[in-house]
Design a protein around this ligand. Structure first.
Ligand SMILES: C[S@@+](CC[C@H](N)C(=O)[O-])C[C@H]1O[C@@H](n2cnc3c(N)ncnc32)[C@H](O)[C@@H]1O
Length: 330
């Protein structure tokens, strides 16, 4: 396969081989501290040179390409202290990988629930312009500080001025309720949407192991007490309906043929196991927002701690994967 970018490729800056590798239905999402199990870059280079001698350049490149994508490229950097204050973040590395697949440099990316700013950091690292919306001032401030810590310019903007701010080439933070902020933006103004939405009231669950661990470290266990915080809505159905409002706007704001990725894990609530990724897929397809489900990528989080949940009485799953639910605007 050619190592040049295919002139027919209108979506990203990947070669056809790189494109192919990214379509694998699972990616490993490893924590950096577990990295010691994998060889360092020099060892891989020496191994590559040896392999090329043994089986030829092309076959060695093919074999290493596969290895690199599934094992070596998906190692999450350790969470900085500021990021760790937020109770539910995703890895910039995984998001950067999605951004590089679904956009080209200079294009515009929206995250309607930007939290501690991971999407804006990933946009900075990949030379894209991110617009992130966050309801809670504390997390908006964490986003500003994290961007500042890496020397990135971030403008805080009113919703209606977000695109003008983005045109200046910096990351843009909108401190607002996503349902209202998105309503102020014009149709088809983004090239990609990537987000991880609130998890209904799941972070408010008492007696949960993760909650106990965060409480013992003096860290917040949920986003906020605000009524507008979708993570505080009482019923699951009402929560999904409000999420639907946000995703319907996302569909309208996306350019045609472009993509939206929603990163979520399934969860338990009491005795019930919620297939959250499937509920989101059905919700979005039912919105009449021209967003069609195109597939799932499983993010394998094999380096999380195992908790002895239910042992030795009942089966309780340690959920060590997330789904990237991928939609295309038709
Ligand atoms: C799962 S977190 C996103 C974390 C983010 N991906 C990161 O890595 O930092 C969801 C975020 O949505 C925010 N949120 C909840 N309701 C919102 C609303 N109505 N408008 C905008 N943001 C909201 C919460 O405060 C929380 O920070």
């Amino acid at each position: 396969m050619s190592e040049q970018i295919d002139p027919k490729n209108q979506l990203n800056e990947l070669t056809n081989r790189e494109w192919l590798i990214e379509t694998k239905s699972f990616w490993r999402s490893m924590a950096e501290e577990r990295l010691c199990a994998w060889p360092d870059a020099d060892t891989i280079e020496r191994f590559g040179a040896w392999l090329a001698q043994e089986i030829g350049e092309d076959e060695a490149a093919e074999a290493l390409g596969q290895l690199k994508s599934s094992v070596l490229e998906s190692i999450a950097p350790p969470r900085d202290e500021l990021k760790a204050t937020h109770p539910a973040t995703f890895s910039e590395r995984d998001i950067g990988r999605l951004i590089e697949f679904f956009t080209r440099r200079g294009e515009r990316v929206l995250d309607p629930f930007v939290g501690a700013g991971s999407t804006l950091l990933a946009c900075r690292q990949t030379d894209r312009i991110g617009v992130g919306i966050e309801l809670i001032e504390r997390w908006a401030e964490v986003t500003r500080q994290r961007l500042e810590a890496v020397g990135a310019h971030c403008r805080t903007s009113a919703p209606a001025e977000a695109l003008t701010a983005a045109a200046l080439g910096t990351q843009v933070l909108v401190h607002a309720d996503a349902r209202e902020a998105l309503a102020e933006l014009p149709d088809e103004c983004f090239d990609f949407v990537v987000t991880s939405p609130p998890y209904w009231r799941i972070l408010r669950k008492r007696g949960d192991k993760a909650e106990a661990e965060r409480t013992s470290r003096g860290l917040p266990t949920h986003y906020s007490e605000a009524d507008e915080d979708l993570g505080n809505i009482e019923s699951y159905e009402a929560f999904l309906e409000q999420l639907g409002t946000v995703f319907a706007h996302c569909g309208r704001l996306l350019r045609r043929r472009r993509y939206m990725c929603v990163v979520v894990a399934d969860f338990r609530h009491g005795p019930q196991f919620h297939l959250y990724h499937a509920d989101i897929a059905r919700l979005v397809e039912g919105l009449d927002a021209d967003l069609q489900l195109k597939g799932l990528t499983v993010l394998v989080q094999d380096s999380k701690n195992l908790y002895p949940l239910g042992v030795p009485h009942a089966f309780v799953s340690n959920i060590h994967h997330q789904f990237v639910v991928i939609f295309q605007r038709m």
